[in-house]
Design a binder for this molecule. Structure first.
Ligand SMILES: NC(=O)c1ccc[n+]([C@@H]2O[C@H](COP(=O)([O-])OP(=O)(O)OC[C@H]3O[C@@H](n4cnc5c(N)ncnc54)[C@H](O)[C@@H]3O)[C@@H](O)[C@H]2O)c1
Length: 326
């Protein structure tokens, strides 16, 4: 019988790719999308019809403990991706980050415990803050440089505590920056591409010197599938990144080269983060993932960008390159 699984955040960028891959791999997927009165399934609505027909989609809210408990009944595995993720918006609405990312995760952990589910909890490389050494392994200190990262640190610690206190089988999947089709405009690659491909005269960005370890979304999805299928890694935090870094300014130059569209690069004050909050450097040490799961990134940065550029060109109408998306 097919494994029954719950995916939270299924309507989001990574969640929609993961949901599609899980259906293709033969899982029976219960997809949770954030409730909205227009009955939008988020990015799930763009999936091929045969995938949508194989899905069970529920609207809801991870802040609702009773709903999470009942949705998890009969599931073997919960892929927990739902979160508020934008760093600039976390400066404006920090309480909502605690309610969604911390309390919401607590609800998922309790739901897993009540229904005997294994949980793959999603962390983020943002929890490390600016690298104190590189490459960043899982022993690197955690630094709360934004309310977003603080809320994810708290959620990760709750997940770890449920393993230690209650033996909940939970793995903390810690992706570094992920990119690809269906990513929101607040992320750096859609920000650059949507401005390059539009009729805007300049390319506006925030700080150009910070570096990121950018991983194509298919690599991140394969990380979840590998962890799920191996059954290994309970109680562990695992980094998933490419092991390469690139500065934002150099990324902009690379995208200009790949698109053949060159525009003057302007760093605007509006797009800068407060200096103590900006994460200056992220570079993943993916060796633990390699050693435990034999997982490695399959797509390079350039290969991922070559797949992302045509998608963004075809979907440019979704983006608003003339304004700054928080
Ligand atoms: N994108 C990245 O580069 C990246 C890197 C590392 C970790 N992550 C983590 O991966 C996960 C997915 O991120 P993403 O990039 O796909 O973001 P996303 O914003 O596209 O997806 C998050 C989803 O969670 C949903 N959500 C928000 N609040 C909810 C609530 N209260 N109840 C139910 N659903 C709710 C949103 O509607 C959205 O569909 C997050 O946990 C994020 O922290 C992302």
């Amino acid at each position: 019988m097919a494994k029954e699984v719950l995916v939270t955040g299924a309507g989001g960028f990574i969640g929609s790719h993961l949901t599609e891959a899980l259906v293709r791999a033969g899982y029976q997927v219960q997809a949770l999308v954030h409730y909205n009165s227009s009955n939008s399934w988020g990015w799930l609505s763009q999936l091929p019809i045969e995938i949508k027909q194989a899905l069970s989609v529920t609207q809801g809210d991870i802040r609702d403990a009773e709903q999470m408990r009942s949705l998890s009944q009969g599931k073997e595995l919960i892929f927990h991706l739902a979160a508020l993720i934008a760093i600039p918006y976390s400066y404006q609405a920090s309480r909502s980050y605690i309610e969604t990312n911390v309390t919401g995760t607590l609800n998922i952990l309790h739901a897993g415990l009540a229904n005997d589910c294994r949980v793959l909890h999603t962390s983020t490389s943002e929890v490390y803050g600016t690298a104190l050494y590189v490459p960043i392994d899982e022993k690197h200190p955690l630094q709360g440089q934004s309310p977003y990262s603080a809320s994810k640190i708290a959620a990760d610690m709750l997940a770890e505590s449920f393993y230690r206190s209650f033996e909940l089988p939970v793995t903390i999947v810690r992706p570094f920056n992920t990119f690809g089709p269906r990513q929101s405009a607040r992320a750096v690659i859609p920000t650059i591409l949507s401005q390059l491909l539009s009729d805007k005269e300049t390319l506006e960005l925030g700080a150009l010197s910070p570096t990121r370890d950018l991983n194509y979304v298919a690599n991140t999805v394969s990380a979840y599938l590998t962890v799920a299928e191996s059954g290994l890694g309970n109680g562990e935090v695992i980094n998933f990144g490419s092991g390469h870094e690139i500065a934002i300014g150099d990324l902009a130059e690379l995208l200009m080269k790949l698109t053949g569209i060159h525009k003057p690069l302007v760093s605007t004050a509006e797009r800068q983060r407060p200096s103590g909050s900006e994460v200056e450097r992220l570079l993943c040490d993916p060796n633990k993932a390699k050693n435990i799961f034999n997982w490695e990134s399959q797509y390079s940065l350039e290969q991922g960008l070559e797949l992302t550029i045509p998608w963004l060109r075809d979907n440019l109408h979704i983006y608003r390159p003339e304004s700054y998306t928080v």
